[in-house]
Every structure is written in structure tokens, then in C-alpha cells.
Design a protein around this ligand. Structure first.
Ligand SMILES: [Zn+2]
Length: 77
């Protein structure tokens, strides 16, 4: 029986199994924004590539990212 949930989500601080943890590196597979832009944006939120998040919290950041990207796109036009 594997019971050691030793990975901690940086956002909600709950403990998870390592395999249930996500990092923002998965955002590099998004078509847009570009990963470079994503990193710069998240750096302002004090998040870097090695921070761990649970699925729920990574989805929240994914949404924040999309919102910020869409907002800045409309400002450029
Ligand atoms: Zn979390």
C-alpha cells in the first residue's frame, strides 16, 4: 500500500502523490500564448517551472493565463 503523499501543491498546500502533480511546463504544449510569454507572465505571479500544483490549481492558472493573454491581444489591436 502506497500512502506517502509527499508532493505538495504550492497553491492549496494539500499533499498529493507525485504522479498527481503538475507543473507549468505542461503549458508549453498550448498553441498560444507562446511558452516564453507564459513563463514571463507566471514569473510575475512568482511561479516558476519547477513549482508543483494539483490538477485543480493548475487549471486555475491555465485560465488566468488564457484570460491575460486574450486581454493583451485585444490591447494590441
Ligand atoms: Zn492545489
Amino acid at each position: 500500500m502506497q500512502t506517502n503523499k509527499n508532493a505538495q501543491c504550492k497553491e492549496c498546500l494539500n499533499k498529493f502523490y507525485q504522479k498527481e502533480i503538475y507543473t507549468i511546463q505542461q503549458f508549453q504544449y498550448k498553441e498560444e500564448p507562446k511558452y516564453r510569454w507564459t513563463l514571463d507572465f507566471l514569473k510575475k505571479l512568482k511561479i516558476d517551472e519547477w513549482d508543483s500544483f494539483c490538477e485543480e490549481c493548475i487549471m486555475i492558472y491555465s485560465k488566468k493565463l488564457d484570460d491575460a493573454w486574450n486581454k493583451q491581444k485585444s490591447q494590441v489591436l
